[in-house]
Design a binder for this molecule. Structure first.
Ligand code: G3P
Ligand code: MG
Length: 263
């Protein structure tokens, strides 16, 4: 479970960092998210051809780098030659630049190396079934950087659409709070059975915010589960979701979260 104060605190999750203002999943974006007051950095994990964990959302390179093809077809060395910044806007010049801390594709190790225990990490195992041992590698790094200790002072939440991946994490390290991502579209409903099942291993549900009706929120909250809608980029929608029971929010624009929700 989240540490006591966190379970009362409304969690502001910097979606892919401060991805409304800086190129997503770069050290730049994560740094900006911490400066803007995000409680957690959301990191999507993919794996390179040579088995390294990197922060990237898409399985292919075209949208967020000048590369072509699948992430898993390239070694880390090849990926780190790519420019992961200038696609976003001209403010972020090609690759590393003395004014920026990093506009290439970061490894999870580089993220932990830079931020250590100074921030919290909300890490998504992306398409884990495609990769070998993603969970073991992730937990080995979490352990190496001492991000989870048994005083339940956890710096890490792990999220996934894959229940199998979360159960693999739970098997190795039961102390890490887990969030089950569910893929519903507009105004879907979630069965009470599914909620009861999720409650067995996870502390909450991450869901497309358009699916979150009052009854959906009520069901989740009555089960004692955290409710983290994604990805909400307007203040009104954030406030509406808080009103019906959201206990955290994924947003690209951390600054729009009303200050009373920023501890
Ligand atoms: O991980 C929460 C949310 O980010 C899931 O959607 O596609 O943005 O990773 P996506
Ligand atoms: Mg994600």
């Amino acid at each position: 479970t989240l540490t006591q104060n966190e379970s009362q605190q409304f969690l502001i999750i910097g979606h892919r960092g401060a991805s409304g203002y800086a190129p997503e999943h770069t050290l730049e974006s994560y740094q900006l998210a911490t400066e803007m007051g995000a409680d957690y950095l959301e990191i999507d994990l993919q794996q390179t051809k040579d088995g390294e964990l990197i922060a990237m959302h898409d399985e292919s390179l075209e949208r967020t780098t000048n590369g072509k093809g699948l992430v898993k077809s390239y070694t880390l060395k090849e990926l780190q030659q790519l420019d992961a910044g200038s696609w976003f806007n001209e403010k972020f010049p090609n690759k590393a630049h003395e004014n920026y801390i990093g506009l290439t594709v970061p490894t999870l190790r580089e993220v932990f190396e830079r931020f250590g225990t100074s921030v919290n990490y909300y890490i998504e195992t992306k398409s884990p079934d495609d990769y070998k041992h993603m969970e073991q590698k992730l937990l080995k790094l979490v352990d190496e950087y001492q991000l989870v200790d048994n005083t339940s002072n956890n710096k890490v939440i792990i999220q996934s659409f894959s229940q199998k991946s979360l159960e693999a994490v739970h098997e190795i390290c039961p102390d890490i709070p887990l969030i089950q991502l569910v893929q519903y579209n507009e105004n879907a409903i979630i069965s009470q059975e599914r909620i009861t099942e999720i409650k067995k291993y996870a502390i909450g549900i991450g869901v497309n915010y358009k699916s979150v009706t009052e009854s959906f929120a009520q069901q989740v909250r009555q089960a004692g589960l955290e409710l983290h809608p994604y990805t909400v980029n307007s203040e009104d929608e954030i406030l509406d979701l808080i009103d019906i029971g959201a206990t955290g929010i994924f947003t690209d624009y951390i600054d729009i979260v009303p200050s009373e929700y920023k501890l």
